[in-house]
Design a protein around this ligand. Structure first.
Ligand SMILES: NC(=O)c1ccc[n+]([C@@H]2O[C@H](COP(=O)([O-])OP(=O)(O)OC[C@H]3O[C@@H](n4cnc5c(N)ncnc54)[C@H](O)[C@@H]3O)[C@@H](O)[C@H]2O)c1
Length: 485
């Protein structure tokens, strides 16, 4: 009797389990969905047919796409800077060298940092800017009606609240990298930019570096054939810097959040060459990270932490709609040479930046009038150094032809920072679409949270959201707009 009852109970349990399983199967949802799937940023996700998916909110009424958005041209760009720690003051100085700029305001949480930047204005013979300080000093700055652009170089944790406040008060924003640390941040910036019709650009400087921009020009002219695979990285041992970040914001972020937390330097140039959301789109990614050894040791010493979310080394692979692949790596914890990797593999050629710059081309594709010294190419090796220099000259990007030399003199990572700032101001002055739009920002930043989710599930594929909401194929190819276009 007891045996029969026990059997009945067991059967009942089995039936319930089968029922639950079949309901989930019919819905295409795995059992894992029943668990709490949530990232360290608090974003929930589901797992469907073995793929992690994040919600992609619909565009609200009253919002319009910002693809190729043009603001009214402005003769003079009036700027307010916020975040004047290690990175910000260089930007203030660079802006004093750009014609048609007025620096109206300087803001940092710490008053002495804002005051300290007046020296660049004084040196350039510019009037003093108004100073703002405190955690919310930026609000007063954004509420002014004589500022067009807010330039944000604060901690990652403060980028988005400042940018949203600025756009909601009628300002264009340019935000340091990574502008949006979470997916919610990405969508908030997109929605606010679309709603307010204000530019929201990430200050990704590496896309303007000399090798990368020349390669982009070569790729657009077909020298590499069809570019099939790109690689990028941020490999930079930050040991000497961890103590220098204001209020320890960077180590705290890495302690809390895993994934590729600083992807954009290596990733931006890869996405540009592959025309992401300008004819192609990222479909899914998968990511794998090492355990944290050095990161944890630093955090233990500095913060007493027993855990550390960001692995010492993380690798992410991405597949695009048109069958291309990308690899991106992050490591700010172990001693090794600085590298952003930057590698292009095309059907007709190859480019590599770190650790040595080089190209491989097919002989028949070379313009021998541009490289007279080059008679025959070894397609198994890099072209000779002298020929590489000739090719770099012959395929110099028009932007570098215009400002490359002055950029090298003014500086900022060898000149690329000045090229970036110059282009931002140039496009605003001439009412042109900016080189990087808010969808680039989201695509390059989302890698952090998506890779964290993949790693948390044994490298499970993660669907990459379409931040353009279906318009990824509307614009054909990346273009840097020039006056009159
Ligand atoms: N593109 C590049 O090559 C590059 C290089 C370095 C840093 N960065 C980026 O620049 C940003 C700043 O980095 P950093 O190295 O200068 O850090 P930092 O800590 O030296 O400077 C950040 C500054 O922001 C200020 N700040 C924080 N909250 C604020 C608030 N609410 N209002 C006003 N000011 C506030 C801090 O007081 C500090 O002075 C980060 O996003 C970083 O990733 C980019």
């Amino acid at each position: 009797m007891i045996k029969k009852t026990v059997n009945k109970i067991v059967m009942k349990k089995v039936l319930v389990a089968l029922l639950v399983f079949s309901v989930f199967s019919v819905l295409g949802v795995s059992e894992a969905t029943a668990q709490k799937n949530v990232t360290t940023h608090g974003t929930k996700y589901s797992i469907k047919n073995g793929v992690i998916e994040f919600k992609e909110p619909k565009r609200a009424k009253g919002q319009e796409s910002m693809l190729e958005f043009r603001a009214e041209p402005m003769k003079v760009v009036r700027v307010g800077f916020v975040g004047l720690g290690m990175r910000g003051p260089g930007a203030v100085e660079r802006f004093t060298h750009i014609p048609g700029v007025e620096i109206k305001a300087l803001c940092d949480k710490y008053a002495d940092r804002a005051a300290g930047c007046q020296r660049y204005l004084e040196k350039a013979g510019m009037p003093k800017a108004t100073e703002y300080s405190g955690d919310e000093g930026y609000k007063q700055m954004c509420e002014r009606d004589d500022i067009d652009l807010i330039y944000i170089a604060t901690s990652w944790q403060t980028h988005v609240p400042i940018a949203l406040y600025a756009m909601n008060h009628g300002k264009h924003v340019a935000i340091e990298v990574p502008s949006a640390p979470s997916l919610k941040d990405c969508w908030d910036l997109i929605d606010t930019s679309e709603k307010t019709r204000k530019h929201c650009m990430m200050l990704e400087n590496c896309v303007y570096d000399f090798f990368e921009l020349t390669c982009l020009n070569m790729a657009q002219k077909g020298l590499f054939g069809e570019v099939l695979h790109t690689e990028g990285a941020y490999i930079h041992n930050l040991e000497p810097f961890w103590d220098a970040y204001a209020d320890n914001w960077r180590l705290e972020f890495n302690q809390k959040h895993g994934g590729d937390v600083y992807a954009t330097h290596g990733f931006g140039p890869c996405c540009e060459v592959l025309n992401i959301h300008r004819g192609d789109k990222m479909e899914y990614l998968t990511s794998m990270a090492t355990k944290s050894v050095n990161g944890l040791a630093i955090a233990k010493k500095k913060m007493g932490s027993e855990t550390f979310a960001c692995g010492d080394h993380i690798v992410t692979l991405i597949q695009t709609k048109s069958g291309k692949s990308m690899e991106i790596q992050h490591n700010t914890f172990t001693p090794q040479p600085y590298s952003r990797m930057y590698q292009l593999t095309g059907t007709e050629g190859f480019a590599n930046k770190y650790p040595i710059e080089g190209f491989t081309f097919r002989n028949k594709n070379i313009d021998h009038s541009a490289t007279p010294d080059l008679e025959k190419l070894d397609e198994h090796d890099f072209i000779p150094d002298a020929a590489r220099e000739q090719m770099m000259q012959a395929y110099m990007h028009p932007i570098h032809k215009e400002v490359g030399e002055i950029a090298k003199q003014i500086g900022g990572h060898g000149g690329m920072d000045f090229v970036m700032d110059y282009r931002l101001v140039y496009c605003l002055q001439n009412g042109l679409p900016l080189d990087q739009d808010v969808y680039d920002l989201a695509e390059w930043c989302c890698i952090g949270e998506l890779s964290e989710a993949s790693h948390a599930h044994k490298s499970m594929p993660v669907k990459v959201p379409d931040f353009t909401r279906g318009e990824w194929n509307k614009v054909k190819g990346l273009k840097f707009y020039m006056k009159g276009e």
